[in-house]
Design a protein around this ligand. Structure first.
Ligand code: FAD
Length: 412
């Protein structure tokens, strides 16, 4: 059995490694990658630390048209399975207090180097610097049009794993260039849009907070109705907000173009309970309001919120008027920013859209339309939030596809 895997990212590398036993049975596994090296995008994940899974994996957290589908996948490939796969490859993992998984080395470079070595040991034919320009399906075989240093060739394979990713961060390799070929052989390709990116808003006076980071609860509203909320760290930028605290909401901007979208930011969220206690009985409260806010916020932020509420910095909590306090709380916890846009593919981490899950088996990752075609990772219309959910899916779908290729070879 001749197997072609297109794309040496998280999904393609795992698919090739787990399909590799067919090489011992007289078959072959070729891994095509148009970058000069494997795992180019993996290197930048988790700010170079490779956040590869999460203890809180749950179908409801994924953007997916069919929650049952992703549940079937997660039942088959959860955190325990991922840890076992990495352990066997010689990449032990560790977990942070909040349940995010990383390699023990905390180095994406180390992960890519080990995976590269394992690919060589497994006799996977590494065809780097090779662009797959097109693929088609003829008489039960897959025909790939290849371009290696402007030398164009055509090769045929019995099985094809499409692991070419979506279109996010195109400079790292995935440009969505093979979606037209997928459509041509009969698959649906749902419209693609970027996800996990910055959100651009009209900051108004809040641009005074530029450069500051907050742990905040953010909520997105469509025509005044709340669509979703998330909690995380965000940074105030020139054009709005960036960081996990808003990235989980950015895909909504692409899903509702031209609609009235607003972002509510609660800058006091993690501090709110303690603060509410202090403020519950103003008579008994000690010290200045400024000192209370400084427990959780940087001086620049405190000065901004006090000045917006027209409260003098030295005002003692006891002396704060109820109306002033409400004004300050509205600014700090309930301001609604008009959303002007979100990051494009260049600065968003994942893609929504692509092959619909209804056309792919969630256990084998074989296409339900074209026998012998496997669709994995960012090619599928699935996206998770920040925290290792996307790499978990990419790695897991690759592993399951690779294993199924081996078992279907035995039954061949
Ligand atoms: C900056 C950044 C940080 C991220 N951090 C995290 C994180 O910490 N945790 C997490 O879970 N997720 C993270 N992600 C998301 C995660 O990287 C992706 O979900 C995951 O890499 C998808 O894997 P993939 O194998 O499907 O696609 P990709 O990693 O995009 O791999 C596809 C490969 O296919 C190759 N290719 C494409 N077309 C062709 C072609 N025609 N011919 C030959 N080769 C081709 C590409 O060059 C690429 O190497 C991050 C993404 C970015 C951009």
């Amino acid at each position: 059995m001749r197997i072609a895997v297109i794309g040496a990212g998280a999904a393609g590398i795992m698919a090739a490694l787990h399909a590799a036993p067919v090489a011992q049975e007289g078959g072959s596994v070729s891994l095509f990658e148009h970058n000069q090296t494997v795992g180019r995008k993996l290197l930048v994940t988790g700010s170079g630390r490779c956040n590869l899974s999460n203890d809180l994996l749950d179908p409801s957290l994924y953007y997916c048209s069919d929650p049952d589908w992703i549940e079937l996948f997660l039942d088959r490939f959860g955190v325990a399975e991922l840890k076992e796969v990495f352990e066997k490859l010689g990449i032990p993992t560790i977990k942070t207090d909040d349940g995010w998984y990383y390699p023990l080395s905390q180095s994406a470079h180390a992960v890519v180097e080990i995976l590269h070595e394992r690919l060589l040991e497994a006799d996977v034919k590494l065809r780097v610097a090779t662009e797959v320009e097109w693929f088609s399906w003829k008489e039960g075989q897959f025909e790939l049009k290849l371009n290696w240093n402007e030398r164009k060739t055509v090769e045929r394979f019995d099985r094809l794993v499409l692991a070419a990713g979506g279109k996010a961060y195109p400079e790292l390799g995935s440009k969505g260039s093979l979606f037209p070929a997928l459509r041509q052989i009969g698959h649906t390709v749902e419209p693609i849009s970027p996800a996990l990116g910055p959100i651009f808003v009209d900051l108004g006076a809040f641009s005074a907070l530029k450069g500051l980071r907050f742990d905040a609860v953010t909520s997105i509203y469509l025509d005044g109705e709340r669509l979703s909320s998330t909690f995380g760290n965000l940074i105030v930028t020139e054009k709005g907000f960036n960081g996990p605290g808003v990235m989980n909401l950015s895909h909504f901007v692409g899903l509702f173009p031209g609609r009235d979208l607003q972002l509510q930011v609660n800058f006091l969220a993690p501090f709110w309970e303690g603060m509410a206690e202090e403020l519950a009985d103003l008579e008994k409260a000690r010290g200045s309001l400024r000192a209370l806010l400084l427990r959780a916020l940087a001086p620049k932020a405190v000065d901004f919120f006090l000045s917006q509420a027209e409260i003098a910095p030295e005002t003692q909590i006891k002396a704060v008027e109820g109306e002033q306090l409400l004004r300050m709380l509205r600014v700090a916890t309930d301001n609604r920013f008009k959303i002007k846009g979100a990051g494009d593919f260049k600065n968003s981490q994942v893609t929504i859209g692509g092959a619909p899950v209804s056309e792919v088996d969630p256990i084998t990752f074989e296409s339900k339309l074209i026998p012998g075609l496997y669709l994995v990772g960012g090619t599928n219309n699935i996206a998770g939030p920040c925290g290792g959910y996307n790499l978990h899916y990419a790695f897991g779908s690759g592993v399951l596809a690779g294993k199924h290729l081996v078992s279907s070879n035995i039954n061949h």
